[in-house]
Design a protein around this ligand. Structure first.
Ligand code: NAD
Ligand code: UDP
Length: 324
């Protein structure tokens, strides 16, 4: 095994964070999972609690925290539109104050720190596919701005700490990711469609379903985060991590109906404000700098996700807790 590191994962009980915690525990590192359980629950990390190299800290990243660590993965932030718009002011505080607190910790501990940024920094993109040099088209006053602008401000803070204090930073722009442990009621398209299909309820397509997304399986994504963190070159990003396979939302619905052998019908509902029309990562930079690319196609990843959704008890999951 490589050197044992003290690794802090904020948002570590969430969908991606819990799988990252699991991967780091398996590698033998000392893992601190920090979470306020706003959009997650303990069930996601319950299986890790008996490991001596895993520690769970209930904390809110908008408050300062003092820990001794070697690496920080900053994932704390609600990610699903319904979750981040639930309390938009808190979402912005989480991105901005959370970034300031982990960067301060990285400065004091001389730790390397990775920011889980997002394809939402490109807004409703006018360039397709999106490369890292594209500066984006975000509506700063719309309902998605609390998330998009929060993540953009966090990227700014990361770059400024890097330039001013020589902090070893990594910025990863994550594109739509799905897989086991998604919150079944988070309102994201994959979780909604699978839950609806399994219950033979109507599949709710917002708009005409011609909008596109590119879906990356969780395991590929988390491998991308770890590869970026462990890369020994001085490459700090931002780098796109996602699966370039682009599908319309209607195609996604049809695939899920087929995989689940569902009797669900498709219904159309109003398209949310500022819903991006097209999204697809250009991953040339990740391929060149990290030798990373996804390996799991949509059909395979959806089959695994459906298997997990069939196995869970929906009552273990609850809506976000109001927290101001
Ligand atoms: P998630 O909602 O499952 O995980 C986020 C975690 O952060 C949750 O456990 C939540 O309780 C915690 N959290 C929220 N606010 C907090 C606070 N103030 N203090 C402490 N903990 C807090 O979402 P996810 O899909 O696992 O996303 C993880 C990260 O990846 C997020 O930063 C998100 O913006 C980013 N990301 C995810 C996707 C995706 O498709 N899954 C895409 C782009 C970016
Ligand atoms: N969507 C949909 N039906 C749903 C949930 C989402 O048609 O029940 C659409 C949504 O309008 C968007 C796409 O699916 O165009 C992806 O939505 P999601 O919330 O998963 O993520 P986004 O990429 O928009 O942040």
């Amino acid at each position: 095994m490589a050197i044992k590191k003290r690794v802090l994962i904020t948002g570590g009980a969430g969908f991606l964070g819990s799988f990252l915690c699991e991967s780091m525990v398996e590698r033998g590192h000392d893992v601190i999972c920090l979470d306020n359980f706003f959009t997650s629950q303990k069930v996601n990390v319950q299986h890790l609690l008996s490991h001596s190299n895993f520690e769970l800290v209930r904390h809110d990243v908008t408050m300062p925290i003092w820990l001794e660590v070697d690496e920080i993965y900053n994932l704390a932030c609600p990610a699903a539109p319904g979750h981040y718009q639930f309390n938009p002011i808190k979402t912005l505080k989480t991105s901005v104050l959370g970034a300031i607190h982990v960067l301060g910790m990285a400065k004091r501990c001389r730790a390397r720190v990775l920011q889980a940024s997002t394809s939402e920094v490109y807004g409703d993109p006018r360039e397709h596919p999106q490369t890292e040099s594209y500066r984006g088209s975000v509506n700063p006053v719309g309902p998605r701005a609390c998330y998009d602008e929060g993540k953009r401000a966090a990227e700014t803070l990361f770059m400024d700490y890097h330039r001013c204090h020589d902090i070893d930073i990594r910025i990863v722009r994550i594109f739509n990711t799905y897989g086991p442990r998604m919150h079944p009621f988070d309102g994201r398209v994959v979780s909604n469609f699978i839950r609806q299909a399994l219950q033979h309820e109507p599949i709710t397509i917002f708009g005409d379903g011609s909008q596109t997304r590119s879906f990356c399986y969780r395991d590929d994504l988390v491998r991308g985060l770890i590869t970026m963190m462990e890369n020994t070159e001085s490459f700090c990003g931002p780098v796109n991590i996602g699966n370039p396979g682009e599908f319309t939302i209607l195609e996604l619905a049809e695939k899920i109906i087929e995989i689940t052998d569902s009797r669900s019908e498709i219904v159309h509902e109003e398209l949310p404000t500022d819903d991006p029309v097209r999204r697809q990562p250009d991953i040339s930079l990740a391929q060149e700098k990290l030798g990373w690319e996804p390996t799991i196609d949509l059909a395979t990843g959806l089959a695994e996700t459906v298997k997990w959704f069939r196995s869970i008890n929906m009552s273990d999951y609850r809506p976000p807790t109001p927290n101001y």
